[in-house]
Write a protein that binds this ligand. Sequence first.
Ligand SMILES: C[S@@+](CC[C@H](N)C(=O)[O-])C[C@H]1O[C@@H](n2cnc3c(N)ncnc32)[C@H](O)[C@@H]1O
Length: 458
Amino acid sequence: MKNVEFPAHFLDSLKREPGFEAQNFVEAHQNPHAITSIRLNPFKKSASKTGKQVPWCKEGLYLDTRPSFTFDPLFHAGAYYVQEASSMFIDHIIKNIKQNDEPIRVLDLCAAPGGKSTLLNSALNSTDLLVANEIIKTRVPILTDNLNRWGTANVIVTNNDPKDFSRLKGFFDIILVDAPCSGSGMFRKDPAAMNEWSEANVNLCHQRQERILADIYPALKEDGYLIYSTCSYSHQENEDILDWLCDEFEMESINIPINKEWGIVESRSVKQQAWGYRFYPGQVEGEGLFAACLKKTDSSGELPFYKNTAQQKLAVKEIDQVKAYINEPDDYYYFKVNDDWLAIGREHKESLNTLHRHLYIKKSGVRIGKLVGKDLIPDHELALSTIINKVAILQIELNYEQAIQYLRRDNIDINIQEKGWSLMTFEGLALGWAKLLPNRINNYYPKEIRILSNAPTI
Ligand SMILES: C[S@@+](CC[C@H](N)C(=O)[O-])C[C@H]1O[C@@H](n2cnc3c(N)ncnc32)[C@H](O)[C@@H]1O
């Protein structure tokens, strides 16, 4: 048993919260055994990851032990995302509200590092668009890295303040606000977070949450869904926010059916009786989470779409050069950003143009590569993407040691006769590019994301 000292007034404040069981909660925090869970990438099937399934998410798995993810090539290939299990409940909400294959646009407003963006992306079709936004510039690279690993061509990453989205009236069918919060739900995983907790901070978070929601409301379509989540237990940041949303805006609460055995507490807000879903360690196999879903019942007006492209299109000859690399190449719209050549699902072209007018775009679709002389230098994003035509491209399967050498950007201990651009793969999944020359291999793994640390001693 670990000795855990919660912040002053914290446990007292929880006693009033719906479904809270103090003894279970305290014992769960004293238990030194940490729960580890991952979520598999449905677009990159890997047979070697197994475990007990997370009850509310088909692709979620509990692992018996916590491996070193840094030293697992499948992690770098995007075969899975390391995510605590409660957060995967957002998948259950999406499955309940998305009931047909009509193309939709989804916004993940507070997206970095990308746990819920990769989850949303898994639940969407390629004809749906995901916009993953992060306000803090320095947190955008981790978000784009994680989405690059996930590999799909229906994602746009933006770096904007929530209020910038108010211009995109009625643009999104679903908006997820995984709000910055006082963070009590993460105390077990990150005990240092306890030092930051105070009732005053809970109130500040509440005010910021209201501001973010008011800013984003116009961007939601009539009959669109708002999913609101926090990793806080405080009703000020949860049920009170639902009451405020229903009071201030035209919103109705949506009941999400849950299985009693999951241990999730269904709560109702005091005034509007809006449904919320609470996750308490000790009652669920996961960390603290609150989630709720509401439907917008009025309209903020319609946004004019911009048909004309803001980007420079690829010339026909250039597209021919690209086509060899792409599976179903006619499904994509090809364009340039500075020297880079990119591809995004054809159906997302107008959305891209419209977003380009209003937002600061940091990633759109898949970066294919850039032209140097007459040669196309393929990009790392293309290697990890699900749109690459693997059949037409040379692939070298690496064993574990070689894969780690490659991911470290070291020389790879391997004898190869082939020449030219090749995908380096591990268990059939691409890790990145190498250029095979007569006497050596040029390792093109990006240096910014290479493995720097030493292998863990077991
Ligand atoms: C709970 S975290 C998001 C975690 C992420 N959704 C995931 O699942 O990986 C909240 C995010 O909100 C961002 N944030 C902080 N202040 C914000 C604000 N005023 N408006 C919008 N986002 C904000 C933080 O930078 C952080 O990335």
